[in-house]
Design a protein around this ligand. Sequence first.
Ligand code: BTN
Length: 242
Amino acid sequence: MKSLKRIYHFKKIDSTSAYLLRRRSVLRNFSFCSADFQTSGKGRTGRKWQAASGENLLFSLLVSDKYLVNSFRLLSVASAVAVISACEKFGVKNLSLKWPNDVYADGKKLCGILLESVSDDGEIAEIVIGIGINVNQTEFDGDFYREPTSLFLQTGKKINIGDFKKTVYKEIIRTFKKIKRGDLSFLDKAKSVDFLKGKTMFAEIDGEKKQVTVIGIEKDGLKVVVDGIEKTLFYGEVSFHV
Ligand code: BTN
């Protein structure tokens, strides 16, 4: 039997994504887990996600709806667009989306998104979308590919994390429900805030370092020119060093 409860919050947990992954068989679609602090927050490419306690929005969303799971290539960009819309409502300006899953403000990293999937019999059964948004934090320790920022640093205003959480959750669910109806209008927004568009840089494609020029975000992935040929890169296939 699936649990009726859908919203979970912890003061301290290992990782909100790990929690949903552990309990996925008893949790319903769109179960949501947030935490004030994570002891083992996961970032992309095996890195850790560190965030000061109580100052940020750290949450994960379980997606088990078949249609959405099968549209997994869209979910990362859709989540980022939803985060951007929520941040705009809280006064953040100059937001951009670094395909497929970082949100920048003034070119600094405001939010990271990590998608993890679980397969049953070779088919993706569930997806956990983990999102970390820097909200009120002002100091960041560590080595970063890209300088971090927060909503507070960008707007000069302390943000009520509970209010912000509700807004982000609503935006994500609204965007995902639209996808279910075949409405992919989030892509227009993604294209309008595409950070990589027009940039020439190195990308690691299937383990090989290549120079690519980015044409832009498309439904299926990121369209680039590599070795003079147009190619669409899929989510998970590539890492960029801008
Ligand atoms: C990145 O490396 O940019 C992605 C970071 C994703 C971090 C979030 S915080 C909430 C959720 N739980 C985790 O353990 N990771 C994600």
